[in-house]
Write a protein that binds this ligand. Structure first.
Ligand code: FAD
Ligand code: SIN
Length: 533
């Protein structure tokens, strides 16, 4: 952490009971739950709906009716997680899911129903049953809409858009030397950059919630929107919280092959649950060689199989074929995908869809307990930023939204029960800074970002090796040093802070990948080839 002497834009101080960083499913749900107990301030770096949540397609998992059972959902989650799940987290999320779905519906979320009035359930890779509630193929946007409306109406919740959290406040800011082992390490809020005024505010909070989503943008090809830059993971790491399982970056097998488009447009796995089949460019089906569940195998298996087939043939995509299904039904189940593909000349009821894998989800993150609290007191990490233990080495499809909701509720209960015992921390200094801003610096930031994304894509992708991870680390170190140098002489700005956060997140992915001496789930290392497709 660097504090520099004041030069421009005086800082200001504000106080709030609960400071929530991020306005996706995790942050908004926490806010709605906590607002009954105190004042909530949400800061978010873009517009409120700029988040991964808004892009979710397939849906949200919950055991709803027979023949599904909690035991089956638990079993599928554990199998997919490849032995690395925390069974207590799995039990918690699966068994509490129906309650949180009821809350979502109470806040106005509309899920699709069958003509006889039951919820219509999707099925995706690794699921033994249909258990995914959805709203067409736009489930995330519908959930985000309902949560935003409820938040906007709530008198105890204040939302500050275009506010970028830079760093978390701990005893470090009182001049103490802290490490990951410091006893009683606690969080007192955050420094937040107002992107309109360029002012850095000291936001003091009794409880701070980091719900900043994932880090897909550390890769050159990702399904994640541009906001997913690992900010929360990096901030928590700098604040000396513990992170884990970062090597388990999940690649979604089927994003639309449309070179140059960012983010990569997702073709939901629910389409394979609906009956779509993966084919090579020559039309051959190939998934039967890799897994008994074929195109509906767990996501890591399918992504690796596609990667292997493409590498063997020097090809950049495979096809997804849904032409054999009733066209009207395809259009009504997947209206968003139908329209998107049509806009680039693909009629999915008649044509094969070219697809290719892309970085999609961070299964690891900031380690939390069953209350969502990190190793730093009064600091919670929720949603994709966190590592609860639910996903293990590979997330079961559509388990992340429900995880975000369940842990938001756990955290709100835990924090609100302690609110009367906690005071605002005195003595935190304003952020002091001086520095320059030159056009040349912006160019450097863009170039370093591209270099980092290429390193991650080339050496830390679906398939890795000890050598590729070593190379990635060496190359990243150079970019790290150059970026720190730039940061130390430059006024804080969003692009530079994001680059810094992406480098820190990429570092954790590589470091934790090098420490794991096996291939498991989303981490496939060619030097440990056991039991993997
Ligand atoms: P997000 O929804 O990403 O929200 C993070 C928020 O933090 C954003 O508002 C962002 O602007 C803000 N933020 C970030 N950094 C800062 C900062 N420094 N300062 C201030 N604000 C900041 N999961 C499912 O369960 N089912 C699905 O069907 C599904 N489909 C998906 C499809 C796509 C294309 C993608 C990308 C993901 C999908 N996922 C799905 C995963 C799921 O959407 C995410 O894991 C989940 O929405 C994460 O929610 P969140 O609240 O943790 O983060
Ligand atoms: C999808 O709809 O395929 C994405 C689901 C998920 O990532 O959970």
């Amino acid at each position: 952490m660097h504090r520099r002497k004041a030069e421009i834009n005086l800082s200001k101080i504000m106080k709030t009971d609960f400071l929530v960083i991020g306005s996706g499913a995790a942050g908004l749900t926490f806010a709605l739950k906590a607002a009954a107990y105190g004042h909530v301030t949400i800061v978010t770096k873009g517009e409120m709906n700029e988040c991964n949540t808004n892009y979710a397609q397939g849906g949200i998992c919950s055991v709803t009716y027979a023949p599904d059972t909690f035991e089956k959902h638990i079993h599928d989650t554990l199998v997919c997680g490849a032995g690395k799940c925390d069974p207590a987290a799995v039990e918690l999320v699966v068994r509490r899911a129906p309650e949180l779905i009821a809350d979502l519906i109470g806040w106005g979320t509309r899920f699709d129903k069958t003509p006889d009035g039951r919820f219509e359930l999707n099925r995706e890779g690794g699921h033994s049953e249909h258990r995914i509630l959805h709203h067409e193929d736009l489930t995330g946007a519908e959930i985000e809409r309902a949560l935003m409306e409820a938040v906007r109406k709530h008198p105890n919740i204040e939302v500050r858009e275009r506010h970028f959290a830079i760093d978390l406040l701990t005893q470090h800011h009182l001049g103490e030397f802290v490490t990951r082992h410091t006893r009683g390490l606690a969080c007192f809020g955050a420094y937040v950059l107002d992107l309109d005024t360029n002012e850095i505010e000291t936001m003091l909070a009794k409880f701070t919630v980091v719900a900043t989503g994932g880090c897909g943008n550390i890769y050159s090809t990702t399904s994640n929107p541009v906001v997913a830059t690992g900010d929360g993971i990096a901030m928590c790491h700098r604040a000396k919280a513990i992170t884990e399982n970062m090597e388990f970056i999940q690649f979604h097998p089927t994003t639309l092959y449309h070179p140059g488009e960012k983010p990569s447009f997702l073709i939901t796995e629910a389409m394979r649950g609906f009956g779509a089949i993966l084919r090579l460019q020559n039309g051959e089906e190939f998934m039967d060689k890799y897994h008994p569940m074929k195109s509906l195998a767990p996501r890591d298996v399918v992504a690796r199989a596609i990667h292997r087939e493409m590498s063997k043939r020097g090809e950049e995509f495979v096809y997804l074929d849904v032409r054999h299904k009733d066209p009207e039904s395809v259009r009504s189940h997947f209206p968003n995908i139908y329209e998107k593909c049509k806009s680039i000349g693909i009629d999915i009821t008649r044509d094969w869809i070219p697809v290719t894998p892309a970085a999609h989800y961070c299964c690891g993150g900031v380690k939390v307990d069953t209350n969502g609290e990190t190793s730093v007191k009064r600091l919670y990490a929720l949603g994709e930023t966190s590592c609860t233990g639910l996903h293990g080495a590979n997330r079961l499809a559509s388990n992340s939204l429900i995880e975000a909701l369940v842990y938001a509720d756990q955290a709100a209960r835990h924090a609100s029960a302690r609110i009367d015992k906690v005071d605002f921390q005195e003595g935190i200094p304003d952020w002091d800074f001086e520095g320059t801003q030159h056009a040349e610096e912006m160019l450097m930031i863009i170039q370093s970002k591209r270099e980092m994304q290429t390193i991650m894509a080339n050496y830390v992708g679906i398939v890795r090796s000890n050598l590729s991870l070593k190379r990635a680390m060496r190359r990243l170190e150079i970019i790290y040093e150059e970026t720190e140098e730039l940061y130390n002489k430059t006024k804080p700005n969003r692009d530079l802070c994001e680059l810094r956060n992406m480098i820190a997140t990429a570092y954790l992915v590589i470091k934790q990948g090098r420490e794991l001496k096996e291939s498991v789930g989303c981490h496939y290392n060619m030097d440990y080839p056991q039991e993997q497709a």
